[in-house]
Design a protein around this ligand. Sequence first.
Ligand code: ADP
Ligand code: MG
Length: 372
Amino acid sequence: MPQRVAVSDGANKKTSRVRVAVRLRPFMGDQDEKDEGPCVKGLDSQNLEIINWRNATETVKYHFDAFHGEQTTQQEVFLSVKPILPHILSGQNACVFAYGPTGAGKTHTMMGSAEQPGVIPRAVREVCKLVKAKGDGEGWDYSIGMSYLEIYNEKVRDLLSPSSLDLPIREDKDKNILIPGLTHTTISCFSDFDKQFVPASLNRTTASTKMNQHSSRSHAVLLIKVVRTQRAPPHRQQTGKLYLIDLAGSEDNRRTGNQGIRLKESGAINLSLFTLNKVVDSLNSGTAVRVPYRDSKLTRMLQDSLGGSAHSVMITNIAPEYKYYFDTFSALNFASKSKLIVNKPFTCETVAVPVLPVKRAKEDHEAGGSGT
Ligand code: ADP
Ligand code: MG
């Protein structure tokens, strides 16, 4: 019987930051929107600026761990995730999530397409490669497994067994989080993974068209687990978990006009997102505030994989068109607490008439309620 090793040693003592990267997708608006120009632009590999709607002669500058401009390839985005993957093979946990408004590129970033695979297929391929490279050399046997679920309206649904109902989230005596009843399949290579993942993702997409924007309100969570067991006594065993998450849209449901949903209810739709904001905030502020993991399903599930000794990367996806302005602004404000108002016009040379679009965005904003 292998002896279990508590892998979360020191998890409560040391709190690691969530690394924050921002990815700006290419401009995709129509001709009218093209005339308005972009409302946000990159400055260098860590900084970007957005026009200040309160005063069009000012811009607001933000600083991040990484900024990926619109020309960035899928491989370049993956490189900001790649360094955390070897830790999964030695019993540590990690999580990568794509945050941002619907339409800004979260699914493109995480799943991608057959021609341009995203973070998920690249990360799974890399984990398989790392395990294979271990070979026989170090006296451990490795196995890789996957689970795939979604959280919608605070309910956990198994995407590999779609008939399952809301699954519970529990904690064992070593403070590892587990979901009893969740399907967990062993994969021995990338094609094993692909065979399960592609149809399960399709399941979710089919459900989404029936359920009215379901996918923009649910969190899709892929879990890759690497278990390694020592061949010689005492047969120590370590488990590393990697969460790869395509989050629900961060837009404010009150403003984007989900009619029939009252204010209180629209708050509940994204309780997990709201709590994730608080959790990332308290991890990154470095103060001794309580980290409110238990306040939502998503954060409760990530309690052993976000903060502590875990490695986390948040990719904030943003769009350049003015119609996304307030969602971009609130996504950036969530992602970075360090912002600087700069007293200079916003790239006058490329924004044809900066005052008009800002005024329009402001009117939309005031008509529909405030952003988060
Ligand atoms: P989200 O999942 O955040 O709602 P999507 O990933 O579905 O957004 O992206 C919206 C659209 O923009 C899709 O058609 C997608 O293919 C395209 N897109 C997003 N990001 C990029 C990018 N970096 N390069 C090219 N197309 C992109
Ligand atoms: Mg999406």
